[in-house]
Design a protein around this ligand. Structure first.
Ligand SMILES: *Cc1c(COP(=O)(O)O)cnc(C)c1O
Length: 396
């Protein structure tokens, strides 16, 4: 597993004129977003912080360390065993839940490392039971219930009930939780999510009545559910994108839960040249200058860092609080922008790729739209070549 080095101080333009690229992670914004969600949900409801894909590209270890101290954070959710293990290695003491299928090679360590798998296949129960016996330690599991996502999970019917009964009676397996996942909570039409909630509640009640078992931790909501469906705040909610100050979609309310973006992405101008008319810029010469004089700045960032190549000729960056459009194709490690109208731009000037500069800002959402992607995807794609620089928070 990669282990990023976190530098827990903020850089400023003055001190860092030579930095190629860095993602600034504002830990105060993480804590603000957590409090904001906390203020919007029932006080008894705990939050599971979703830290999969290296915390949506924000750096899971540093965020986990900050959230260890937040009392209403029940634990973390990861997508894979390796992500969960890395969180443990980095010092996570709270419970860790795995949201997808977990392969049998790691079942013994799940018991040992107290990592909770989602269960929904019968063969998992017998194999987890064996692993628990071998470790001499039980495995806590969360039943995945499919109420309309159509991805993983048992059905909320007799077959699902038989599965839950079997899970409850499997030696070494403790049914600690049950969750479902909303497919459309970020859309304006609330009816499909209400149907999912009703299916979940009906099934939970059947478990209580027919099996005499009260599932300790019931959880349904993702970020969109936290914002829009207070009735789905059960024992816990799973906060992903909102933790990072980003929006699940543009159909959810922007006022119910105020958020602050956590990641900003910065670079510096490394070269400036003046070009006359007829000069072609970057691979394929998709842009050619026409003006008498064009001032072209080279930025040492490209798709090799996860900055989308689809922003070629479409995106822009901020320099001196002004927009500088991308000229021609984004290369793997460099790109060119137009600074003709930004006379103060010079070699070494700060360049904001995501974030605010003076009165201007570029959000992950806007860049997602411009690049034909999705804000979640764009954040996840900022890769390990980009150092994460943490500022704020109690460790900073
Ligand atoms: C990724 C994921 C989440 C978090 O979703 P957000 O929209 O980012 O809040 C919650 N639950 C499950 C099962 C997931 O896979």
């Amino acid at each position: 597993m990669e282990s990023l080095n976190y530098i827990t101080s903020c850089r400023t333009e003055e001190s860092a004129g030579h930095d190629r690229v860095w993602a600034q992670i504002d830990m105060d914004a993480v804590l603000y977003n957590m409090e904001s969600m906390r203020n919007h949900i029932r006080q008894e409801t705990q939050i599971i912080a979703v830290l999969k894909t290296n915390a949506y590209g924000h750096g899971a270890a540093a965020i986990m360390r900050e959230l260890e101290k937040v009392p209403y954070v029940w634990g973390y959710a990861a997508a894979t065993y390796e992500e969960a293990k890395e969180l443990r290695n980095q010092g996570a003491r709270k419970p860790i839940l795995l949201l997808g299928y977990v392969f049998p090679y790691c079942y013994r360590d799940l018991a040992h490392s107290e990592i909770r798998p989602a269960v929904f296949r019968e063969d998992m129960l017998a194999q987890l039971s064996q692993a628990a016996a071998a470790e001499g330690k039980p495995v806590c599991v969360h039943v995945a219930l499919d109420t309309g996502m159509g991805r993983i999970g048992v059905q909320p019917d007799d077959s699902g009930l038989a599965f839950v009964k079997k899970a409850i009676n499997t030696p070494g397996v403790i049914v600690e939780g049950m969750f479902t996942h909303f497919a459309k909570a970020d859309e304006e039409d609330a009816a499909p999510t209400k149907r999912q909630i009703a299916l979940y509640e009906g099934f939970r009640d059947r478990i209580r009545e027919e099996l005499g078992y009260d599932i300790p931790i019931c959880h349904c909501s993702n970020s969109a559910g936290i914002i829009a469906f207070p009735q789905a705040n059960m024992d816990a909610v799973r906060a992903g994108i909102t933790l990072y100050g980003l929006w699940p979609s543009d159909e959810v309310s922007r006022t119910a839960v105020p958020l602050r973006p956590v990641m900003s992405l910065y670079s510096h101008i490394v070269y400036i040249k003046d070009a006359g008319p007829g000069v072609s810029v970057s691979y394929g010469g998709t842009f050619t200058t026409t003006k008498e004089k064009t001032r072209i700045a080279t930025i040492p960032v490209g798709y090799g860092d996860g900055y989308p190549r689809s922003l070629s000729g479409k995106g822009y960056v901020l320099i001196c609080g002004q927009k500088a459009p991308i000229l021609g194709r984004v290369c793997m490690d460099q790109m060119m922008v137009d600074v003709t109208d930004i006379p103060d731009a010079h070699e070494g000037s700060l360049c904001t790729l995501i974030g605010r500069d003076g009165g201007c800002g570029i959000t992950m959402e806007e860049l997602g739209d411009l690049s034909g992607r999705f804000n979640y995807e764009l954040a996840c794609d900022i890769n390990s070549r980009v150092p994460r620089i943490v500022c704020g928070g109690s460790l900073g």
